[in-house]
Design a binder for this molecule. Structure first.
Ligand code: C2E
Ligand code: CA
Ligand code: CA
Ligand code: CA
Length: 276
């Protein structure tokens, strides 16, 4: 019964009709899923626009439910955050990304830096920077294999503390990306104060880029980012036109279905990694 209502709940996640019982069932199911190792990482390449070469990848979590199949993170990440399981799952994500990266290195492949998404509760956790420091201490190659993506809203929750933690991570040689840029309310003064390396333009701007205003928005964001010495990535690039426009605007990197959808680790390895 728990499983069945969990399933029901999943298909009505955004609706207000989910009952408390459904909700409870889903929570239990998520805890069980974590214990049973049902989460998996997909990888999506990040490509240098000038060279056309892959320069990194983003790890994106999926829940592989044996009965439902693959479930997208927008459905369950908010619930993991609410029930306090996001720290454990987030730690697993970083561990798994490091594991995959090191196994590619072991195999002599040209492994690229893996960016992991970090939610606000994770960033607020005092142990977060320590966890990463420990991972690097156990294998120094980790520093070249990891990158952190945080959204504007995550940082804005507590700017002072975010700056401190992000700086500590950056000091370890891990680049920091500000994700979904333009969707939050951070001001330019914050942008210049934050310890950042890369700015990722939100997909909503890329989608509107063909309009006059949309094009101006993207070109302005790129100019500001470059003035602050940040590299710029455009996400959700789906068309050749968008790519051409981004190249003209001097955008550094792109990510999106035009190049590849996120794929499972073994597919990523076969399709995108070669012997170095
Ligand atoms: P995000 O970090 O902004 O990730 C980009 C999302 O856009 C991904 O959705 C990706 O699959 C999708 N995408 C990539 N290229 C295209 C494209 O060309 N067109 C379109 N329409 N979409 C594209 P996904 O994988 O469903 O992830 C959704 C969100 O879930 C992520 O947004 C991120 O905020 C969160 N998330 C994913 N994995 C993790 C994780 O391990 N930890 C945490 N805390 N959050 C995660
Ligand atoms: Ca991201
Ligand atoms: Ca994003
Ligand atoms: Ca997003």
């Amino acid at each position: 019964i728990a499983k069945k209502s969990g399933v029901n709940y999943l298909f009505h996640t955004q609706s207000m009709t989910a009952t408390t019982a459904d909700r409870l069932a889903l929570e239990l199911r998520l805890r069980e899923a974590f214990d049973k190792d049902e989460f998996t990482l997909y990888y999506q390449p990040k490509v240098n626009i000038a060279s056309g070469k892959m320069v990194g990848a983003e790890a994106l979590i999926r829940w592989n439910d044996p009965h439902i199949g693959l479930i997208q993170p927008d459905t369950f990440i908010p619930i993991l955050e609410e029930i306090g399981l996001i720290n454990e799952v987030g730690r697993w994500v970083i561990k798994q990304a490091i594991k995959d990266y090191l196994s590619w290195r072991e195999a002599g492949l040209n492994a690229v830096r893996i960016a992991v998404n970090v939610s606000s509760l994770q960033l607020r956790n005092r142990n977060f920077a320590d966890d990463i420091e420990q991972a690097i201490a156990s294998d120094p190659r980790v520093a070249a294999g990891l990158e952190i993506e945080v959204t504007e809203s995550v940082i804005m929750g507590d700017v002072e503390q975010s700056v401190e933690i992000l700086q500590a991570i950056r000091d370890l040689g891990i680049p920091i990306t500000i994700d979904d840029f333009g969707t939050g309310f951070s001001s330019l003064s914050y942008l210049s104060r934050l310890p950042l390396d890369i700015l990722k333009i939100d997909g909503a701007f890329v989608r509107e880029m063909h309009t006059e205003k949309g094009g101006k928005m993207v070109s302005t964001i790129i100019l500001v980012a470059h003035a602050l010495k940040l590299k710029v990535v455009a996400e959700c690039v789906e068309t050749e036109e968008q790519l051409l426009q981004l190249r003209k605007l001097d955008c550094d990197q792109m990510q999106g279905y035009l190049f590849s959808k996120p794929v499972p680790a073994d597919v990523f390895e076969k399709q995108f990694l070669s012997l170095s």
